[in-house]
Design a protein around this ligand. Structure first.
Ligand code: TIU
Length: 220
């Protein structure tokens, strides 16, 4: 492993320091009846990336590199859900309400689970996060430090919300960040395109972006 072909220039991958973070590939964002759909979004856009996310995860597993999963969710008593978050967005179902897949975005509920095709395997870390960013109010920073990780490849949803927020948090904490373009998606194609452009602008101001094929070739 060495360089991964990327934009705006090659990503200097270090095998001992690299992990994959798969953000919020949960039923609540990808299936009808969940939180994403309740906000009025076309969740079919999210399911289309599943094959690319799956082969990226498999590539990291095959290379013996860590795969870390995140889930946006809250405690059943909603004590980690600020009213400002619960009240916003005018969804038909609010976080904590009972929907067709159980209580929306609540830890342990069926709709909160990672979709079955991308389920974590034994030994993989799963971070439950109450915010859009995966570092806020979670153990992610300590987990990465313990593993000696300082380079992160990102996949998951949505590109401009939880993925970009987490990349920005990671960038400020000193991690080198690479976004896998076909393994992330937004409900809004123009937002995905804009997020990719702004991440890699100004000489990788937030990080790099790369195609899944080039990442898999680089870590093989
Ligand atoms: N609504 C939306 O685009 N995203 C979220 O609420 N969460 C994540 O991005 N995971």
């Amino acid at each position: 492993m060495g360089q991964i072909k990327a934009e705006p220039f090659a990503f200097p991958a270090k095998p001992e320091a690299l992990a994959l973070i798969v953000i919020d590939m949960q039923r609540d964002f990808a299936e009808p009846g969940g939180f994403g759909a309740s906000l009025g979004n076309d969740v079919g856009r999210i399911t289309k990336i599943v094959p690319d996310v799956k082969r990226l995860i498999q590539g990291f597993r095959d290379a013996g590199l860590p795969v870390i999963h995140t889930m946006e969710c809250h405690k059943p008593d909603l004590s980690d859900l600020p009213p400002a978050k619960r009240d916003r967005g005018n969804p038909t179902l609010r976080i904590g309400d009972v929907g067709p897949m159980g209580r929306v975005l609540i830890s342990g509920e069926p709709g909160t689970a990672i979709i079955s095709e991308l389920a974590p395997i034994d030994g993989e870390v799963v971070i439950e996060k109450p915010g859009k960013g995966a570092f806020y109010a979670t153990e992610l920073g300590e987990v990465l430090k313990a593993k000696g990780i300082n380079q992160l490849v990102f996949a998951g949803v949505t590109t401009e919300v939880c993925v970009q927020t987490t990349m920005r948090e990671a960038n400020d904490r000193g991690y080198e960040c690479l976004l896998a373009e076909e393994a992330t998606e937004s409900y809004f194609p123009e937002f995905k395109a804009a997020a990719i452009a702004m991440i890699r602008a100004q000489g990788a101001i937030v990080g790099w972006t790369a195609h899944v094929d080039d990442i898999l070739e680089g870590i093989a």
